[in-house]
Design a protein around this ligand. Structure first.
Ligand code: GLN
Length: 467
């Protein structure tokens, strides 16, 4: 087994025992990259091997000392190009690090690569990247999921030990599910968004993608916490997420929402039954719950996210950031730059969002969507009065074939049906490997109440150990 196939936790122990060096770990990672990356396309940018090794060898002391990490290319890295998967930012080099990057570096981690993604995080299959799609390491004919497809594929293919993604409506959890790895979306405001290129600011949240649950806890210990530079950052003490990870889940009450059992084939249903059996063996009890407004979540999500995106993306105009197409007149420059440099999906969403926000339609669309959002949040509040955790699939299906849904955006949006409500409510959730459906990995999702990451991690860890 190459060092690249180990978890972050195991590598740290090997370092401590003097049985591995960062240079050796980096060498094994790059060997695997050499062999697989041409087919996978998980990276937009890979930093030179000797540079990463050298930085890892001389990294400051901290809980992630000498660990290389791959970063979704929607997160700003000082001096390292950050594209958002878009041609409009293809030459953009940030002059500062996002808060999460600062924290990782201070903990001894090193930026290894910038990972491929759907442009601005808009997608569920990573086919909306202007740098080409990411392929699934389990089968190259299948998508890696999106929008953090590169981050998930890189970890699953052992091209990276761990990575960061961003999750606006499922983009950490769904690609993690499709690639058979672990992805955690923290509570809204738990991890700073400062330096993350905004897609939909009221929904966006950065989270780790890792090989196991312990590594997710390890990375959360570094990136979580209050940040005065992010006005939506929660000013609440962080916990040690490794503390109590082994404590088990005796007596924990889990609910399977009735609404999260639709659109599943027989194999997926069998997986869910098996999950329940496993959790019961671990001492959990099951309670019937309902999230009655689930069927409105996708419509509300796509209205709100597109509206916020239309405002957030107004800044990419040919003036402020690198690429400029025409300088005939101010208006031509704006419109030609945006027309030629944004992809089809980004343009579709900007148009949808500006329409939903325009006077005359605002009340019927945007305001209505916000009211539905409040009802969805209430569904979760009510459910968490009865249970500690909610359980369901991360996505109704496993990874699908490349090209299978590209001509049918609405069908594509349906793959987010079990993830978007969580972002609308701002609660945390994790996706962990939950078996196979149609020969591909199938993700199990555990959802907790606000700031209950520890509880989620403990249950996920217990399940992982038992399976
Ligand atoms: N697939 C969803 C979308 O396209 C979620 C994306 C995300 O979480 N960034 O909006």
């Amino acid at each position: 087994m190459g060092l690249n196939e180990k978890t972050v936790h195991d590598i740290l122990s090997l370092y401590q025992q003097g049985e591995a060096t960062p240079t050796q770990v980096v060498a094994d990672l790059y060997q695997s990259i050499e062999a697989k990356e041409q087919s996978l396309n998980a990276f937009v940018k890979l930093l030179p091997q000797d540079e990463v090794a050298q930085q890892a060898e001389t990294a400051p002391d901290g809980p992630l000392k000498g660990i290389p990490i791959a970063i979704k290319d929607l997160i700003s890295t000082q001096g390292v190009g950050t594209t958002a998967g878009s041609q409009i930012l293809k030459d953009f080099v940030p002059i500062y690090d996002a808060t999460v990057i600062q924290r990782l570096k201070a903990a001894g981690a090193v930026v290894q690569a910038k990972t491929n993604l759907d442009e601005y995080g808009m997608g569920s299959s990573n086919e909306n990247s202007s740098f080409g799609p990411v392929r699934n390491p389990h089968n190259p004919d299948y998508v890696a999921g999106g929008s953090s497809g590169g981050s998930a594929a890189a970890v699953a293919a052992h091209e990276a030990l761990a990575s960061l993604g961003t999750d606006t409506g499922g983009s950490v959890r769904q690609p993690a599910a499709f690639c058979g790895v672990v992805g955690l979306k923290p509570t809204y405001g738990r991890v700073s968004r400062y330096g993350q290129i905004a897609y939909a600011s009221s929904l966006d949240q950065i989270g780790p993608i890792t090989k196991n649950v312990r590594d997710a806890a390890l990375i959360m210990n570094v990136i979580a916490g209050h940040d005065p530079l992010d006005t939506t950052s929660l000013n609440v003490e962080t916990e040690d997420y490794l503390d109590g990870l082994e404590n088990g889940i005796e007596g924990v009450r889990i609910g399977i929402p009735a609404e999260y059992q639709q659109g599943l084939n027989d194999e997926a249903k069998a997986c869910m039954q098996q999950w329940q059996v496993n959790f019961e063996k671990l001492g959990a009890t099951f309670v019937e719950v309902s999230l009655p407004h689930t069927s409105y979540a996708l419509s509300a999500y796509y209205l709100i996210s597109c509206s916020e995106a239309s405002a957030n993306l107004a800044r990419f105009d040919g003036v402020r950031y690198t690429t400029r197409v025409s300088d005939k007149s101010l208006n031509d420059m704006f419109s030609e730059t945006r027309d030629q440099c944004f992809g089809e999906e980004v343009k579709r969403r900007i148009m949808l969002g500006t329409y939903a926000l325009s006077s005359g339609y605002y009340d019927a669309f945007y305001k209505k969507a916000q009211q539905v959002r409040a009802l969805i949040t209430k569904d979760f509040n009510d459910a968490f009065e009865q249970v500690d955790l909610l359980l369901g699939p991360t996505s109704p299906t496993p990874a699908f074939k490349l090209g299978e849904k590209t001509d049918d955006p609405v069908n594509m949006y349906l793959s987010d049906v079990y993830t978007v409500s969580i972002n609308l409510a701002g609660v945390p959730a994790i996706s962990i490997p939950g078996g196979q459906v149609d020969g591909m990995p199938f993700g199990l999702q555990l959802i907790g109440d606000h700031l209950q990451e520890s509880k989620i991690l403990r249950a996920a860890h217990a399940f992982e150990q038992s399976s």
